[in-house]
Design a protein. Structure first.
Length: 90
């Protein structure tokens, strides 16, 4: 019989709330106990979640750097869908 135990979710110490240009985002960096790759998840004020795990982040710091690069390259628009951007006039 197969083991039905769910893997543990391990959150990075880099998980945090951030404020950028007056917009609050919840940035979570996590992995499961059965996979060493880290996942980057960013939730905006509307509850929309942007998840990035490609390429797989081999360290939590690499996932954080990917978040910073996305903010630098695309700005906060990267974390809002088209309808939300129209509502916010971004």
């Amino acid at each position: 019989m197969a083991d039905s135990t769910e893997p543990e979710i391990i959150f990075s110490n880099l998980t945090q709330e951030v404020m950028i240009d007056g917009h609050r985002f919840s940035v979570e960096i996590y992995r499961t106990s059965d996979d060493p790759s880290w996942i980057l998840s960013v939730e905006n004020m509307f509850g929309t979640i942007t998840i990035s795990d490609n390429p797989p982040y081999l360290a939590d710091g690499l996932a954080w750097r990917a978040f910073e690069k996305l903010v630098y390259d695309e700005g906060i628009r990267a974390f809002y869908n088209a309808k939300e951007r129209r509502k916010l006039r971004l």
